[in-house]
Every structure is written in C-alpha cells, then in structure tokens.
Ligand binder design. Structure first.
Ligand SMILES: NC(=O)C1=CN([C@@H]2O[C@H](COP(=O)(O)OP(=O)(O)OC[C@H]3O[C@@H](n4cnc5c(N)ncnc54)[C@H](O)[C@@H]3O)[C@@H](O)[C@H]2O)C=CC1
Ligand SMILES: O=P(O)(O)OC[C@H]1O[C@](O)(CO)[C@@H](O)[C@@H]1O
Length: 545
C-alpha cells in the first residue's frame, strides 16, 4: 500500500489493515483550499502533522469545514521535499495506547505545501494567499528559538541585522518573512487575520507580536514600509495574536512503529534526519490525549474547532492554563526526566518513570514545589492534570519518547520551566524561595549534563541547543572526580538572567545549586548516589488543591 492520493483510493486494502481513511474527498478539499485558502501553518514538522492537522481532519470528517490547511516551511526545506512531496501531503497518524494497541489514521487535511523562500516561485504563491481576504489563520509550530531576534547580550542576531538592513523584498528569517507577507495583506486591503503561535512557551502570542512589531518598526524607520502599517498591526480588530496552550506528546518517529506499519503492508515508511536535524517520517507517532486552549480572538473568523475539542476562552484563562502546564504540571517534569535520563542512559521517558527515584523527583517538583504556586485555571484541574501526566502519559510504555529529544534547547526553556516557579516563591510572602530543594537539584543536574559525560564517566552526545558552545566553554574546566575544579565556573551560567529569568545567586539559590553540583561530580555513579540520597526515603505529599 502506498501513502499517496492514488494509493488511498484502494479503500478496501486500507480498511482491511485497520487503518482509518479520511471521510471526505482529499482532492476536492485540496481544490477548494486552492480557491479559498483559510489556514496557513508555518512549521511543517511533527506536531503539526500529528495534532493540528488532526483537528482540521475532524472538522472535515464531520462536514464542518470545507478547506484544509496549507503547510508552509520556511527553514527546513528538506521536510517538504522528502516527506510531503512523495506522499502527496498525506501522513499517517499512529496513536499509541498504553495497552500496546495502535490506532492508525491517514491524515488528508494538509491540502498543499509551500516553501517560504523569496528566491523561489512559491514565494509569489504565498504572497497571493496572504493577499486573499479568505485567509483567517496563520499558525506556527516553529520551536521557541525561531521567535528570537536578539542574542543574550541584547544585540540583534546576524540574520536579523541583515533582514533589517535589506528590507521586505528578500527576508531570510521567519519573523522578517512574516512581516513582509503581512505587509502584502495590508497593502492589498488591510484584511483581518489571526497570527496564532502554537509553540510551547508562556505568552507565545505576545512574543510573536513583539518580534513582528520590532522588525516592523525597524523597517518603518528605514523607510522600507509605511508607518501606517503599524496602526494595522496593532489594531486587534485587524490583526490578532491569540495566546494558546498546546499539549500533546508527539515524539520523534520510532523505528518500531515504522516496522509495524511495514508489517501492515504500507511501503516507503522510512524515517529521515534532515540536514537541519529534523527527525521526521511519513508517519507521526503520538499519544491520544491532547489539550489545546486558545484565546478566542479571530478577527476574520475561524473554523469551529471547538467541535474538534479545542477550548476557546479568554486571555486570562489561557495564561493560567498555560502556566499550569508549561511552568508546573508537565514541562518542568519533562525537562527533569530529560536531564537525568541522558545522564543515566535511559532510552525512553517511560523507562525513567519506572525508576522510583526519578518518579519521586518529578512528584516532588510537581506536587510539592510547583502546585502551591499554580493558579487554578478553571477549565482544567491542575492536580488531576498532574496525576494524568505522571501516571498515564509519561508512564505509557508504548510511547517511544526519548530524554534526548526533550533535552533539545534546554537553555531556552529553563526560565519558563523553573524560573517562573522560583519567581513565584520569591513574590509570595507565605513561601520561602530557599526552601526549594528539587528545582535547584535539577538545575545542578543540568550543569552536570552540560559536562557531556554520563554517570558512568563516558562521553555522551548532547542534544542541540543554541547556547551549547557557550555553556560548554564554562563547564569544560570542571572535571568529574575533582570537586574543587568547580571554582567559579558555574557562576556565569547560574547568574545569567537570560537563561533563568533571574540571577540564581541573587535569590539565594546559587550556592545551593553549586553544592548539589559538587555532589554530582564526586565521581562516576555520583548522580545515582545523589538521587538516592535525596529521594530514596522520602514521602510525597499530595496536598488537596
Ligand atoms: N512535539 C511535541 O510534542 C510538541 C511540540 N510543540 C511545539 O512545536 C514545536 C515543534 O515541534 P515538532 O513539530 O515536534 O518539531 P519538529 O522538529 O518535528 O519540527 C520543527 C519545525 O520547526 C521549524 N523550525 C525550527 N527552527 C526554525 C527556525 N529557526 N525558523 C523557522 N522554523 C523553524 C522546522 O523547520 C520544523 O518545521 C516545539 O518546539 C514546541 O514548541 C507543542 C506541543 C507538543
Ligand atoms: O520540551 P519540548 O521540546 O517543548 O517538548 C516537550 C514535550 O511536551 C509537550 O509539552 C507536551 O505537550 C510537547 O511540547 C512535547 O512533547
């Protein structure tokens, strides 16, 4: 069986293999989308295909929408070349249940693909779509770093500097490309639009707005674009930047799932790693559970995604629910498992959950250190959410999620995942920031991870991170087995407000972290021994919330 528009016409074979097919005519939907584009999505990677495209597929299946999503890739063109084109933009979604059963579905809601590159013909097509009044949503899953314009010294990064100098004709970075494209829409008729960040960090819509506004202001200053464009961009009735909280664990494609699909008779299921390090396949493997909460601010309308389970609400509720997930109930625990999983050579997050010390570590961070500062968002219950994360989602033995994937870009995540809780402790009169134990312990673990040596003392490959070289330059002077070699080498990291959102020494945690770190570098096996020392004989208090 071939995953192509022709291939899926052989309905009986797919049904016989137990694979669900779109309940609509994929080609007709693609044609309607061409005539009436409503939704563009930047970042054609795994979460888009495994979650966002599924939502639209639900609406198409139920006849609640007539058009699909157009996938746009601005960064890693190989994804389109190798994973979209050969499969006519179709993908397979494989849901892995905790009992080992698989639910497989062909996703047909991605109606077209575009390379956002001003040097290619596609750029004209993209500009035309942006100029079309029918366009309602431009959404993004492009990773947190794609929104950055400045480096940690506050200077524009090289690519952004060049984009600012060169103007809207041939932008290179995505933020400049978006300004250029939205400017086209403004010139055509100032049509309304929602720019929806679905990336996994606090205040995602605001950060998208801020980056776009900054480029706009620079281009207005240089006379590349009209000053009145700023009025359009800052008028929420015209251009909105809804906040969102997105949650679905979509691991990288797994060899085991590939084999299972091939055993079902599906051909060409190879997993690729692109030159830009995207690991992607014609299929996406994911968990069943997911949550998407979005601020309901769509000036040009939107599909009825509530019918596909999306929660639309006000800004304050999204902020609360997002803080609950990203700063407390899921992502800090994930990052904790990523760091210690790499150090202890675990292959999956689920395996780590069977390690009593690691399980207790995430329980301590979640129930005892995190939950007391979470504000109940109303639409989801934090304690129940946390329980589901720990007991059901992370523990699912069939989820092929790796600590190495989650360890990617950790420097970009520290401030949100741990810094926010530290800040809350500092602000709260009834709590004492120096009472925190396990969050500082994880930060010490991250510094230990950066040494690039596992707990057995063997070299380990570190996951990509934009600050990796800089961070490694500090810890490279520290030697496993030589506690005194710590000297002042952690100071530049732990005092860096860009990384943690605050100076950890100023809040009274720097020395505590250094002390944990010393225990972690006593020698091979020290990570395991320290974990046991602090976690083996402790109880977990799950206070009522
Ligand atoms: N995988 C997951 O479980 C979830 C992911 N997310 C969010 O989605 C993001 C992407 O995740 P995946 O799709 O799984 O990753 P992926 O590695 O499959 O795809 C990453 C996408 O981001 C694009 N990208 C990377 N750097 C870029 C840059 N500098 N400029 C423009 N585009 C860039 C890539 O080209 C690719 O399209 C995550 O960082 C997270 O914020 C949110 C919830 C769940
Ligand atoms: O650490 P990352 O790259 O943001 O990924 C964290 C994982 O947890 C999630 O937050 C689950 O929703 C997803 O973003 C991803 O599977």
């Amino acid at each position: 069986m071939l995953l192509t528009r022709d291939g899926i016409k052989d309905i009986d074979k797919w049904r016989h293999a137990g694979i669900k097919l779109p309940n609509y005519d994929v080609e007709k939907v693609a044609e309607k989308t061409k005539q009436n584009p409503t939704w563009l999505h930047f970042g054609a990677g795994n979460i888009f295909r495994g979650f966002i495209a599924l939502l639209q597929q639900n609406l198409l299946d139920k006849g609640l929408s007539k058009t699909g999503i157009i996938a746009v890739e601005s960064y890693d063109y190989e994804i389109i070349e190798k994973i979209y084109v050969p499969y006519d933009n179709l993908s397979l979604l494989v849901i892995m249940h905790a009992d080992g059963t698989l639910e497989v579905e062909v996703i047909g809601s991605i109606s077209d693909k575009i390379l956002a590159d001003p040097l290619r013909e596609d750029w004209v097509k993209l500009k035309n779509i942006f100029a079309n009044p029918s366009l309602q949503i431009v959404s993004f899953t492009i990773t947190e770093k794609a929104y950055n314009l400045k480096d940690f010294s506050g200077e524009y990064i090289k690519e952004v500097k060049e984009d600012i100098e060169n103007g809207p004709e041939k932008p290179h970075g995505l933020m400049a490309k978006i300004v250029s494209l939205i400017y086209t829409r403004y010139l055509k008729g100032q049509y309304p639009i929602a720019l929806l960040s679905l990336d996994n960090f606090s205040g995602n819509g605001e950060r998208l707005f801020s980056s776009i506004k900054t480029i706009t202001e620079e281009w207005v200053k240089k006379g590349f674009i009209e000053g009145k464009f700023l009025d359009y961009l800052t008028n929420p009735a015209k251009v909105s930047f809804p906040l969102s909280m997105i949650d679905k664990i979509v691991p990288r494609p797994s060899e085991e799932i590939k084999k299972k699909l091939e055993d079902l008779g599906i051909e060409k299921m190879d997993i690729i790693k692109t030159g830009k390090n995207t690991i992607i396949a014609p299929f996406v493997n994911a968990e069943k559970i997911h949550y998407l909460v979005i601020e309901d601010k769509f000036p040009n309308g939107r599909p009825p995604l509530e019918e596909a389970g999306v929660i639309f609400t006000d800004k304050e509720t999204v902020e609360k629910v997002e803080r609950m997930k990203v700063t407390t109930c899921l992502n800090p625990l994930h990052t904790t498992l990523a760091i210690f999983g790499c150090l202890l050579n675990y292959n999956t997050i689920a395996d780590e959950m069977r390690d009593p010390c690691l399980k207790k570590l995430v329980e301590k961070i979640g129930y005892e250190e995190g939950l007391p500062v979470v504000v109940h968002p109303g639409v989801l219950d934090p304690k129940e959410f946390l329980r589901e994360v720990i007991e059901v989602r992370f523990s699912n033995p069939y989820m092929p999620d790796t600590p190495q994937r989650i360890a990617t870009d950790t420097s970009q995540k520290m401030a949100i995942r741990f810094g926010e809780t530290i800040k809350s402790y500092k602000q709260r009169e009834d709590l004492n920031v120096t009472d925190l134990k396990y969050i500082p312990f994880v930060i010490a673990g991250w510094c230990r991870y950066l040494m690039g040596v596992d707990d057995e003392g063997k070299a380990m490959t570190l996951s990509p991170d934009p600050l990796l070289e800089d961070l490694k330059s500090h810890v490279s002077k520290i030697k496993l087995g030589d506690v005194d070699s710590i000297q002042d080498n952690l100071k530049p990291i732990l005092s860096n407000e860009h990384i943690f959102g605050l100076n950890l020494y100023e809040v009274g945690l720097g020395e505590k972290i250094e002390n944990y770190f010393k225990e972690l570098i006593i020698g091979p096996g020290a990570v395991r021994r320290t974990l046991e020392k602090y976690l083996e004989n402790v109880n977990i208090y799950r206070k009522n919330y």
